[in-house]
Design a protein around this ligand. Structure first.
Ligand code: AMP
Ligand code: MG
Length: 406
């Protein structure tokens, strides 16, 4: 049996990022950049007005002039035709390029215009006007060639506008693995069936499929595998076509725990079996290397909370490595316990709990009354898992613990 940190280390030593592929901007959300994205334009592309108003030479205002001749109107998308000279201004719209000579904008609300002998005249009602007022210089956001996002960045929906602006129509990202999910056990029936005597519904299959999908990955649902060597062998060999095979059940020491020997026969090399963690001790991890591709295999324990925690800690770490993430291990925060917690046992434990607020609105972690690795009911109320080290000990309220959001 190895420690949790040894398991993380072995996963990091074994798992390689997926090959790089190109996706369209629209398909890039949640993917991780495999190359820096650089802008092919300046932003803004020209000195531009950020107000509807009049583009002026601030020097004119400083010298006391308030009445001007309007020489042209510049709309957004148009290009100025005239250079400003003393006593002349241009009507300008938000986003439009500043005419040469102009260095500030007076907003339309501070102006009054009239026609005199067929000429358009405007009075600018301002006390003073600093150069640069209500305009943005060319390239003040980004210059051509500047890095917008670096390799390893996971693209968010809110990043898409900037990527579009800077011309990133095709984006280099790390590939997305396909994950095959195979829960095993003679006692399992589908969730749309009523279990007969001695049987239970397959919780892990749908849960693992959903957890993998929530990471944006493609899933191959292999249905339920029976504890039968030839059937499991066939299903496992199907699952080994995917980049990741997730099994649940059949990895403990029971008479019908057939998964590790079948994996060994299929050529999957064991990296570890059993981690000192509660829940989830029997977890199995291995790799099948072939000339053209690699498949990583996780055998998660059958108890649903063990499967859930095993996925959250170890499978997710492997998937983040495969998809090119910079930070690999599960993220956590430090929080105070709102209640005392009795820790028991010889293995470090991830204990479910929820967030509560004390009188001063400080967020604290409340450990829930959890019955152990088969108790998914309590997980239904849980928002996070708190880490408690091995050993029998009372952790008083107010003690700080490391908390892993679910
Ligand atoms: P195993 O790891 O196969 O020994 O299973 C451990 C426990 O988890 C047993 O009580 C199983 O009935 C239960 N179990 C196994 N697979 C599943 C599953 N897919 N959904 C719900 N419970 C399961
Ligand atoms: Mg079983």
């Amino acid at each position: 049996m190895i420690s949790i940190s040894e398991a993380f280390k072995l996963i990091q030593q074994t798992v390689k990022p997926m090959p790089i592929e190109s996706v369209t901007l629209a398909d890039s959300v949640d993917r991780v950049l495999a190359a820096d994205v650089c802008s092919d334009v300046d932003s803004p592309p020209h000195d531009k007005s950020v107000m509807d108003g009049y583009a002026v030479m601030s020097q004119d205002i400083a010298e006391g002039r308030r009445e001007f001749e309007v020489v042209e109107t510049i709309a957004a998308g148009a290009w100025p035709r005239k250079k400003l000279t003393t006593g002349r201004v241009a009507r300008i719209m938000t986003g439009a390029p500043m005419p040469p000579g102009a260095d500030a904008v007076v907003m339309i609300e501070q102006t009054e215009s009239k026609e005199v002998d067929g000429r358009s005249i405007v009075t600018l009602q301002v006390e003073e006007l600093k150069a640069g007022k209500h305009m943005m210089p060319k390239a003040s956001n980004i210059s051509v060639g500047q890095t917008v996002f670096s390799t390893g960045h996971q693209i968010r929906a809110t990043d898409i506008g900037l990527l579009a602006e800077t011309g990133a129509a095709a984006i280099q990202v790390f590939g997305n693995p396909e994950i095959a999910v195979l829960p095993t056990g003679d006692e399992l029936v589908r969730c749309d069936e009523k279990p007969n005597q001695g049987l239970i519904r397959n919780s892990n299959g749908p849960m693992l499929v959903a957890m993998a999908r929530s990471l944006g990955l493609q899933v191959q649902d292999l249905g339920i595998g029976r504890d039968n060597e030839s059937e499991l062998t066939r299903l496992i060999s199907n699952g080994l076509e995917s980049e990741v095979l997730l099994l649940s059940g059949g990895v403990s020491m029971g008479e019908f725990d057939l998964v590790p020997p079948i994996l060994a026969k299929a050529g999957v090399e064991q990296v570890f079996h059993k981690v000192a963690v509660k829940p989830g001790k029997p977890i199995w991890f291995g790799v099948l290397d072939r000339p053209d591709r690699t498949t990583y295999v996780f055998g998660l324990p059958g108890n649903p909370v063990s499967s859930l925690v095993g996925f959250h800690l170890f499978v997710r770490t492997a998937l983040r490595m495969m998809t090119g993430h910079k930070s690999i291990e599960p993220s956590s925060v430090v929080a105070e316990l709102s209640l005392a917690h009795e820790a028991r046992g010889d293995r470090p434990t991830y204990w479910p709990g929820r967030w509560v607020q004390d009188e001063s609105a400080q967020r604290k972690f409340e450990p829930l009354q959890w019955q152990g690795s088969s108790d998914l009911t309590t997980l239904g109320q849980a928002e996070a898992l708190a880490y408690f080290s091995a050993g029998t000990k009372t952790h008083p309220a107010g003690e700080t613990v490391r908390v892993f959001p679910l």
